[in-house]
Structures are given as structure tokens and as C-alpha cells.
Design a protein around this ligand. Sequence first.
Ligand code: FAD
Length: 516
Amino acid sequence: MAKPGTPMSRPDVLVVGAGGSGSALAARLSEDPSRRVLVLEAGPVPADLSGFPESLLDARLVPGAQADHPAVSTHLVRLTPGQAYVATRGRYLGGSTTVNGGYFIRAREADFTRWAAAAGDDLWSYERVLPLLRRMENDLDLGGGPLHGDGGPLRVRRTSLAHPAAEAFREAARALGYPEEADKNAQEAPGFGAVPSNAVDGIRINTGIAYLLSALSRPNLTVRGGCLVRSVAISGGRATGVVVEHAGRTEVIEAGEVVLCAGAFVSPHLLHLSGLGPARDLERAGVPVVADLPAVGAALSDHPQVALEWTPREALPEASGSWLGGALHLTSSRGAEPGDLEVLQSLVPLAGLVGGAVSVPGAPLAFLASVQTPRRAGRLRTESADPRVAPRIDYGYLETEADRGALRDVVRAVASLVATDAFGEVSSGLVEPAALDDDNALDLWIATRLGTSQHTCGTVPMGIEGDSAVDSQGRVHGVPGLRVADTSILPTAPLRGPANTAVLTGELIAAAMRAQ
Ligand SMILES: Cc1cc2nc3c(=O)[nH]c(=O)nc-3n(C[C@H](O)[C@H](O)[C@H](O)COP(=O)(O)OP(=O)(O)OC[C@H]3O[C@@H](n4cnc5c(N)ncnc54)[C@H](O)[C@@H]3O)c2cc1C
């Protein structure tokens, strides 16, 4: 833990969680030396890079794919009413960015337009966020310019397409007429391209490393690990601090303002446990209601995913630098949003990702096929006032014909790619070919292999008071002194993975707080 035991009586801002958003927020807030910032993080907080085990740094691995990894918390969820799934989250400095895939693609302009419309102001418009997107990155491939930054804390590099399987993917996409998308962070027409990533020289640079390690020496910033926040303390309708468990003790820490950055599962749960949520559900759970906020937990948005494995024709080289090869974005047949389907290439066998090994001799490689159409299908409900009882989390996948149709589209697209002569240079075909011509049979094939991209958003949605939980600056409606600043507040999961937008959320809300 950094600065063990450092006393900080009544900080100006108390941040709960040092993950994708919380690290950026705390670092930016504490750039102002007059603002005292205390971060309480459930996981360990190393003082320097040497405190991160190798398995959390090696970008050829995805620690979050290993439910038993010590840096991971597990959450039993239901993807459909009949299908349970163990979702994971990072519990370490950097949060889920410490255990994730390192894919770091910006949300699409259409996402920002949709969110700004929901919020009722232009804070989240593409024009307003672009300076922040540039400010947070150091694009090692493209350098600084109107679209990219070269001085930000997060270094970005695109994945190499030199691996024979990545080359074959590119040729297959070309053969099927998909356009090249040279810079997936430039709002170009969706197509095939390398993946912008926060993995540099083989190391996944999580947000804790990028934003917080260098800030730990600031006298006005304290980051305490091993602190499990249990609820927000509210007095006279105003947030006054948090209740936290640390080293076997429970205490209340008071603060001028509380900002929840505990992620899209825990932030809504903490609000519920603090009496902020749908009054009927809270009463049923035995939680005294402080404010009836029906939107907290009412809508959960995520990306359903299916993995398709293929057999290499002959032994291929080991992945180097990253587990990721190329990515293809294409549009579903209903075309709700351009580029709403994603095909991501894994150059490490799934067995390796799940088992924590870069190489598994003879194992197939895989494509991860996801539907990224913005949709709010799920729900998070708190069923007990006891904070140790997990909330019930339903994803609501496959409920509509549109959901099922989009998944069929993306599975068929992968099958077409694998069937090209170009991909046949490296592959002898899919391991488990799907029944492509029969919708019902394909639906069944998909349902038995259904997974999730682990991109949950929307559980504390921003918007206009009445049908949302927070405003565009993360301020909880009707509860002064309390904000939420993480992926929970995005009304829908973005058309791309949310890690980039998680960081943007921390940057944006810190900027809003500093401007006040
Ligand atoms: C396995 C996996 C792979 C992924 N891969 C990608 C990818 O390649 N690209 C992409 O764009 N997105 C990816 N994501 C999603 C992305 O990493 C997350 O959306 C993003 O990190 C969310 O940021 P956040 O700040 O909302 O939450 P988190 O990053 O999860 O941070 C929450 C923090 O709060 C802490 N915390 C939780 N509860 C408490 C508590 N009670 N008290 C104190 N602290 C607490 C946690 O320990 C954590 O540090 C992946 C996610 C997972 C799980």
C-alpha cells in the first residue's frame, strides 16, 4: 500500500476505486495542490511497477480470463434466464484495466451524440470530448495532431499485423470486400485494421501505472489499498463520507465530496446499500430508502460474445507483444448502427488465455465475435441489506429477434472469413462448424456457446432528472456531495470496448469538478 497509515482527515474528495476511471480522476483532481484527495481501493496498491506481478503486465495474457487469478473478483451473473456465467473484474490498482485485453479503442461519434442527447447538454458531445481524448493519450504510432495526443499519460500503440494469422485475416477481409480502417481511433468507416492498445513493448500499462504511480508523491494525494467500501454515509440528505472495512475494522471516513468509481457492478450496489435506488426493491431488501432513484440498476448494457476456434494448418509462431491480432468491424444486416459487429482476433489459444499460458502446443486459435449494438437489456437488483450478499445481475441477452439476428450475422461473417482461400493458407477450418443455413439451428449453436465481452455499462445512467440517476457530470440526482464517475454512467455500452471511455469518464468528470 502506498504511504501506509498516512493520516488524511476529511479529504476534499474521497474516490472509491482506483480502476479505469478512478485512477484518471484522482490523478487529475490532485494536480490542483489545494485539493486533498483520498482514494480507497479494495485491491492492493503497489508503490511502484515492481509491485505488479509479471502475469498482470504481460500483454499476451488476459488475467481476467482466469476466474481464480488473485487480482480478480468474480461475480455470478445470468446472461439469459437459464444461463449462469462467472463475470470477472480487476481488484488491484488499475482495476479492470489491470486484467483486461488491453484493447483501447475510442467510442464512436454516434455514441457521444447519443449520450449527449440523453444527458441533455453538450458536455459529452464529440467536439467537447475530443480535446480530452487527445490529452489522455500519447499515440506512439501517429504522434500529436488534430485527432491524437502525444503528451498524455496513456501510451497507445496499434497491434502488429505481422503474425501469419493476422496477415491471413487481413487478406480474408480484403477478399470479402471489407474496407481497411487504418486508424480505429479516427472515426473512419468501419472495417479491418490493427487494434489501438495500451500495451506497449509487451507490457499492459494499466491506468494505475499510467496515472497514479507518478502522482503518489503528491502531498495532497493518498491512495489506500485493501479498503472495501460498504456504503455511502448520508446525513440530512447529503453524502458526508463512506463506511469502509480495512484490516478487520469498520470505520466511517468523512469527506467534502464522495465520488464512486467502483465499476458498473459495485457502484450501483453501493448506491442501493446506501438507500439510493428503486424504493420498492430497496424496501423488499430491507434497506431504508433515502431517495427513490428507479434508474439505479434498472438498465444494464453489455456486448454478447461468441468465440469461434479454428485449427491452424501447421504450427504457427507464438504471439509476440500482445494476444491481439487484427479487428474487423462490420454492420449487422438490420444496420441499426454502422460497425455494430466486432470480430477480434486472438493469437493466443483460448486454452492459454484461460490457463494463463501464452502457448499451448496443438491448441486452436480463435476469433471473438461480438454484437456491439447499443442496447439496454439487463438489470442489477439488490436483494439484501447485507453488503456481503451479491446483487442479482441479469444481462437479458438473446431476448429479441434483433439480438439473435445480429449474433447470427457476426457468426456467419466469421465462418465466411475462415472459408476464404486467403485464410485457408493458415487454417484447416473451424473446430466446431455451425449450422449456418438454418436460423433455428444456428440460434441453438450460439446459445450453448454464449459469453460476454465484459463491457458492462449503464447501471447508473446519466441523463435528465426523472429517468436517469446522475447528470452529465456524474452528480447523483437529489443527493448533494455524491457523484458516480465510471462506466456505470454511460447510458449504453459504446460501439467499441469501454476501457478508453472509462478513462475519458475520469478525465471528463475531473475537469468538470476542477472548473467549479
Ligand atoms: C476480463 C476483461 C477483459 C476486458 N477487456 C477489455 C478490452 O480489451 N478493451 C476494453 O475496452 N475493455 C475491456 N474490458 C472492460 C474494461 O476493462 C472496463 O470496462 C473498465 O476497466 C471499467 O472501468 P471502471 O473504472 O468503470 O471499473 P474498474 O476498472 O473495474 O475499476 C473499479 C475499481 O473499483 C475497485 N472497487 C470495487 N469495489 C470496491 C469497493 N467496495 N471499495 C473500494 N474499491 C472497490 C476495484 O478493485 C477496481 O479497482 C474488459 C473487462 C474485463 C473484466
